[in-house]
Design a protein around this ligand. Structure first.
Ligand code: C5P
Length: 224
């Protein structure tokens, strides 16, 4: 049995991360949430009031950022660490979501993140989700999935998640954030979000979670 790279890209909030996580667990693969990496950079830039247009400040800040992932046995979840501190909850907050796409257009940020992601996936046996995994990070990935869903469905799902965590959950603010991120992510000059030619598209608007996972697993198994 060979080990493959599974690249999952798509629009904001359409269930890429939860699907990728479940697929990775089923295959016994590592899961890498590349959105969490861009969110960490954004959090750091916000905390240190980095001027996004000052290349020098940006590159100095990038050199100070160390991102890692750990599994929390007690909470049974993957957690993202920024310079040794768990930021899993903080990076999901709206104030970070509302800034992350502006940070993700910066060329130096993308080069730094892509280099780290390639290192993390070089042994294969990995499921990675993001916006440019099948097009830029791993253009030779054995399986590429492009996920999408109606923006209203996505916003309602996210609202439920946020409410469960006791977070701010205004439906129109969430939908607006998805629309705005989709727009910035798809129109930026550096590795814009687009479906790779050899990706298969998965519209999850009317699919339940287990069906999404099964569909991806079915495609993965054909390639292993
Ligand atoms: O996946 P998530 O929604 O957490 O990603 C947050 C943001 O990070 C995206 O809206 C996008 O701007 C950026 N991103 C990216 N490339 C990736 C993953 C995320 O530009 N591979």
């Amino acid at each position: 049995m060979s080990r493959i790279v599974v690249a999952i890209d798509g629009h904001s909030g359409c269930g890429k991360s939860s699907t990728a996580k479940a697929v990775a667990a089923e295959l016994g693969y590592a899961y890498i949430d590349t959105g969490a990496m861009y969110r960490c950079v954004t959090l750091y830039f916000l905390e240190h009031t980095i001027d996004l247009f000052d290349a020098d400040q940006v590159s100095k800040a990038l050199a100070e950022i160390e991102i890692s992932f750990r599994y929390n046995d007690e909470l049974k979840r993957n957690e993202t660490y920024l310079n040794g501190k768990c930021v899993e909850d903080e990076i999901r907050k709206m104030y970070v979501s509302e800034k992350v796409s502006d940070v993700s257009v910066i060329k130096a940020v993308r080069e730094d993140m892509v280099a780290q992601q390639r290192k993390m996936g070089r042994e294969k046996g990995v499921v990675m989700d993001g916006r440019d995994i099948g097009t830029v990070v791993f253009p030779d990935a054995e399986l590429k999935v492009f996920m999408t869903a109606d923006v209203e469905v996505r916003a309602e799902r996210r609202r439920k998640e946020l409410l469960e965590k006791g977070e701010d959950a205004d439906l129109s603010r969430i939908a607006e954030n998805f629309r705005s991120r989709d727009h910035i992510d798809s129109t930026r000059a550096e590795s814009p979000l687009r479906k790779a030619e050899d990706a298969f598209e998965l519209d999850t608007s009317e699919m339940d979670f287990q069906a999404q996972v099964n569909r991806v697993l079915e495609e993965a198994e054909k390639r292993i």
